[in-house]
Design a protein around this ligand. Structure first.
Ligand code: PEP
Length: 228
């Protein structure tokens, strides 16, 4: 079971350090825990990963960080393809696949996000599958250190997660593309995590807003521990 926290553009370095200290008070007991703080709070700790990184060692890419900056903190984990980067930062599938391949070649563990917007969901599961296929173009779905995160855009940060039926149906479809772990993300909270991780083909969760409170996130890890 995998439980991952995406802080997005929340928390400073000292707040992240405090959070980590608190988090480490519990044993993870076989649950893989990952934490994605903002770039300014990257630190050397094996659970920490980067929310984003440019596909280059270093160079003239203003505002970006690359392999050299990640290496400084011994970071070996990266999140690629998050919908906020696809839609707000306008990252193309070609660029996302470039990032994937660069960090794959560096042996990183890659949390690779896919997910459809509401207008596609409304068209039904076939349209969803077609859309998700377009988001995996150029990506090796059998990469040994790949973790796929299915995050429907309409469920992210809205407080309304996909229904258990929708998650079940979509993860089953994604399972046809990959044998690697598949996480669900999108308004996962303390009150729905248990029923979500019980669904077939759900290997864990990627949590945004609800992960910002360390006690809530600790509780989520406890629930995942009890599940394994
Ligand atoms: C996310 O952005 O990865 C996410 C799952 O956010 P939230 O839990 O806030 O919906």
């Amino acid at each position: 079971m995998i439980v991952a926290a995406n802080f997005k553009m929340h928390k400073t370095r000292s707040q992240t350090q405090e959070y980590l200290n608190e988090l480490k008070k519990i044993k993870f007991n076989g649950v893989k825990v990952a934490l994605f703080p903002p770039a300014s709070a990257l630190m050397e700790d094996k659970i920490v990963g980067a929310q984003n990184a440019y596909p280059a060692i270093n160079g003239a890419y203003t505002g970006e960080i690359g392999l050299e900056q990640l290496n400084e903190f011994n970071i070996k984990r990266v999140l690629i393809g998050h919908s906020e980067r696809r839609h707000i930062l306008n990252e193309s599938q070609k660029f996302i696949a470039e990032k994937f391949n660069f960090y794959k070649n560096q042996g990183f563990e890659i949390f690779y996000c896919i997910g459809e917007p509401l207008e596609i969901r409304k068209k039904g599961i076939e349209a969803v599958v077609e859309y998700l296929k377009s988001q995996i173009e150029g990506v090796d779905l059998e990469y040994e250190k790949l973790i796929v995160a299915y995050e429907p855009v309409w469920a992210i940060g809205t407080g309304v997660s996909a229904s258990l039926e929708e998650i079940k149906e979509t993860h089953k479809e994604i399972r046809n593309f990959t044998s690697k772990p598949i996480l669900y993300g999108g308004s996962v909270k303390l009150n729905n995590i248990k029923e979500i991780i019980e669904i077939e083909n759900v290997d864990g969760v990627l949590v945004g807003s609800a992960s910002l409170d360390v006690n809530t996130f600790k509780e989520m890890i406890k629930i995942a521990k009890d599940m394994k």
